[in-house]
Design a protein around this ligand. Sequence first.
Ligand code: UD1
Length: 373
Amino acid sequence: MTSAPVHILCVVGARPNFMKIAPIMAAALASRTVKAKLVHTGQHYDEAMNDSFFRDLGIPRPDVNLEVGSASHAVQTAEIMKSFEPILLREKPDAVLVVGDVNSTIACALVAAKMGVKVVHVEAGLRSFDRTMPEEINRVLTDQISDRLYLTERIAFDNLAREGIGPDKAVFVGNVMIDTLMANVKKAAPARQTLEKHGAGAEFSADFGLVTLHRPANVDDPEVLERLLRALAEISKDVPLVFPVHPRTAHHIKTNGFDSVIDSPRILRLPPLGYLDLLGLMAKAKLVLTDSGGIQEETTALGVPCITLRENTERPITLTEGTNTLVGRDPAAILRAVEDIRTTGGKAGRVPELWDGKAAQRIVADLASWLGG
Ligand code: UD1
């Protein structure tokens, strides 16, 4: 006799969540053991930040959209909680599954925990040890109230143990974001095509670098932002740079009048790109400069050198095994790191353990036995 499927409510809210939920929804759909419904909080909502990812990654239309939108951290988190509670009362799932570290992650985890519904956290146990980052607060708190924690790298066991979370709740499964990368790398838009579509000049006919910047610590303070933009302008004299600009960053460049700092035919500023366009550029880039967590992992999986413009990373395996170098925000150090990659080709790196495209299948199999057993 086969047992009845278990019901989980999966939550997404912001751009990096979409790449993580896509393979989980697909693996659940392919299984007879786990039935998944999707709740979108609406934290991100634009075509470029939201809709294009659902299309590119074939994520099913959310069963529910809470349409919360942008606001301060407190208001956004509170609005998500208020709107999610009645959904949970109505759906009565066996568990709520949250991914990553955005405000939607902690908001929905907290509602579920208070209602006695089991919480599952995918990408648990990562720590930057920097509590000024909103994501670090979200990670620590979500892990504390989670009943099942899925890990992308083994060091997360140690981080959790230090916070009193034992290995009985945690399972090392690999990296769902890399599941998505592997499933889509062949479908990625050719870099040439994306560059042409956006009017790149002859400067971009050979090597180019890719830049992404959106962390509040890098873009909200005008002094820091200006210094970083000046460093990019300097780098672009040697390597032309493609720079898809996050709405938060675009806002700060505009309001501080920094457009002229990076106004050059060797810096191609683009709107936020869809997944397949960005993946195509990343795969062909000579180097990537970023403050994104996901891109540190994706460049490691692709073997592309990555310079991380942060003082810390919650994903240390990208440094110890991958192609990532933590450089910080000092312009001289950033320029040195670029020069090093241009002369040596950068770190060779290897793909970390279990980053093999099957993490979501492991999660679904474990959920079925944990909740169903
Ligand atoms: C959020 C996440 C961050 C993640 C990032 C990826 C938190 C605390 N932060 O930061 O971890 O790396 O998403 O993008 O959850 N906006 C738009 N269109 C949208 C969404 C936002 O224009 O679809 C603009 C709004 O002006 C908004 C600003 O971007 O105020 C920032 O959005 P928000 O969701 O508050 O934070 P992110 O910086 O995107």
